[in-house]
Design a protein around this ligand. Sequence first.
Ligand code: ATP
Length: 440
Amino acid sequence: MPATDLEQIVSLCKRRGFVYQSAEIYGGFRSTYDYGPLGSLLLRNVKEAWVRSMVQQRDDVVLIDAAILSPPQVWQASGHLANFSDPLVDCTECKQRFRLDKLDDPDVCPNCDSKKSFTEAREFNLMFKTYMGALEESASIVYLRPETAQGIFVNFLNVQQSMRQKVPFGIAQIGKAFRNEITPGNFIFRTREFEQMEMQFFVEPGTDMEWFEQWKQLRMEWHLALGLSPERLQFHQHGAGELAHYARAAFDVTFDFGGTLGFQEIEGVHNRGDFDLTQHQQFSSKKLEYYDQLNNKRYVPYVIETSVGADRVTLAALVNAYREESVEGEDEGRVVLGLHPSIAPIKAAIFPLTKKDGQPEMAKGILNDLRMAFPMDYDESGSIGKRYRRQDEVGTPFCITVDGQSTTDQTVTVRDRDTLAQDRIDASQLKSYLAAKLVG
Ligand code: ATP
């Protein structure tokens, strides 16, 4: 049975070291979260899967890592200072604040059910502002980036020239973004500090819709390869009223989070045209054109953007993986995180069946050998059943047991998390056995 409520995921995340409320000992800091030991490995695996597919396995996309702090000119040029706002309304009855465009019924307060109790909508800019240097004056205002994309646009020429890139090519980046969201919530789904994985693909004008279609399909395939169930994934096309100020066309990849959340955006694929480069060209007075030597022409490239939240995909992977099930012949059921092996935080756990007869020594020998290749866990406490359950709950795909037979013939059992099937194999074969099953 899948999770029926996000609370089941929140509780597992806290209990098993995936995600904690930030500054919990001080009562928690509103809508910020800290990744624990297993959560940080999971998040890192999601990000590595993205880099593998977007950069490592292609020869036309390169990776950068730009600064988080940026001057107002960047956000003036990008349109964020003028346009990056959400319509905010207050309920005059219960004093709660809402984002007008996210309300089911714009005339009814979802908190107290009052009708027509909202104030006029006000535009609320989502950027976090701070000061650079010792003086808190307007001349020293800087912004925390609300998206990673602008760091790519302002580096377009640097990357194109230093890496001798020819259009079409892409620049990818993973990094923190900050938005002063009016209504953060639903755990790590919407927070004020989060991580984005963005790629801007620069193309010749006129070829943009072809590339847009290609990237749309490629991104959906990536989510499927991450193990998200096909029936939980859908495209949502932005209608004219929904399009962002820079977009010529946009599709969201949406995931069914279940419960009251249902289908929600996890990634946006946008055709940004030449909006950003043209704006930066105008505001910086630097030419941001590409010279196509072969055809002897100059142009400002169009941009296809893919923008996905690392935290939101991590939450989708957790929701998708969570299941409770009964086990044949056992009274107690089990909670399993059926994570795709490529993103599972721990790839295999090793247990000596008993703490004697040389079993712990043999198990630790195997552990030391395998941990050079895979993140491993070692557990010798409690019954073997309990140890299996602990690993099932954190998504470990394989459990290796050293038993009485192992110390005489050097074989071990390997149990599969999902099928519960056990193979007895030679301990010397473990590395290749696991490598074959763990390919991402
Ligand atoms: P929404 O409509 O949910 O506010 P958006 O359309 O503003 O999202 P984009 O600007 O397209 O989102 O950002 C790209 C991706 O970044 C989103 O698909 C999402 O995965 C992630 N993202 C955006 N805002 C947040 C947030 N506040 N918390 C976590 N992830 C976010």
